[in-house]
Design a protein around this ligand. Sequence first.
Ligand code: GRG
Length: 308
Amino acid sequence: MTDAVAQEFQTRLSYVADATERMLDQLLSERALPGETFRPAAFLGAMRYASLGGGKRLRPFLLIETARLFGIENEGVLRAGAALEMIHCYSLVHDDLPALDNDDLRRGRPTTHKAYDEATAILVGDALLTYAFDVTADPATDADPAIRAELVLALARAAGIGNMVGGQVMDLEAETSTEPHSAEDVIRLQSMKTGALLHYAVEAGAIFARADARAKAALSHYGKALGAAFQVADDILDVEADEEALGKRAGKDAGRNKATLVAALGLKAARKRRDALAQEAIAALSSFPDEKAAILKEAARFAVARKN
Ligand code: GRG
C-alpha cells in the first residue's frame, strides 16, 4: 500500500458516503415515496432518522467501486447502493430492538426504538426493507429488465432466510446453547449474517458491469473473504471496547455464549485469521490490473484496520 492509494481510498469513501447520503435523502422524500395517497410525515421522519446522518456506507462503497472497476459510474449504481444501505439500516434497527440485542445507542445516537418507539422501529425496518426492493427493481436503476431481475434476486438471497435473516436466527439459537461454538460453525453463521450483504455489494457491481464468469468468480471470492474479515474485525473491536471499559462496567456481552471467532479461537488467533482473510481478499483480485483494483484492495485493509 502506498500513501497515495490510502489517501485516494479515503477520498473515494467520503465521496461515496456523501453521494449515498444525497441519494437516500432524495429517495426518502415525500416526492419520491411510492404510492399516491399516504404521506406520513412523522413516519417518514423516523425512516430518515434510521437511514441518514451516519454510518461508514461501506456497502454502497463496495458496490460503486466494483462497478467502477469496469468503468461503470452512473445514477443507477448509486440507487442500488442506497437501496442496499436501506437493507443494512433496517437490519440494524431490528437488531437493536429489545427482543433482539436491546441496544440504546447506534451510530452515536439513540436507537430508533429509543428515539421513537418499538412499534415505529419495527415498521421503519419493514418499510426500508420493502422500499429497497422497489428502488432496485425500478427502471431508473438499470434500463435492462434482465439486469434488474438479477439484482433483485441476488439481493433477496443475501438478505433473506438463506443468509442475513437465517444467520440472525442461527445466532439467536447459538446464544441459548450451552455448548462452545466451533470456529467452522461461527464462520458459517457469520458469512450468512454479515458476510452476505457485503458479498452482494460486490456481486451487484459485477452485475451492473455485465462482468464475465471469471471476473464474477474472482470478485465473489474477494467479497466472501472481505465479509469474513470484516466480521472478525467487528468481534475483535467489541472485545477491545469491553476490555477498555473494564472496571467501569461489565462488558455488554459478558456471560453470553456469543458465536464469535474470538470466543472460538482466542484473541491472538482471531487477529491472525482476520489479517489472513484480508490478504486472501486482496489476492483474489490479482487478475485485475493493479491500478484499477487498488481501491478495492485498500478496502480490504480498511475493513480490518478500522476503529469503529
Ligand atoms: C434483524 C434480520 C435482522 C438481522 C440483523 C447484520 C445483523 C443481522 C445485525 C447487525 C448486528 C451487528 C452489529 C453485527 C456486526 C457486524 C455489523 C453488521 C456491524 C455494523 O456494520 P457497519 O460497521 O455499520 O458497516 P455502519 O454504522 O458503519 O453502517
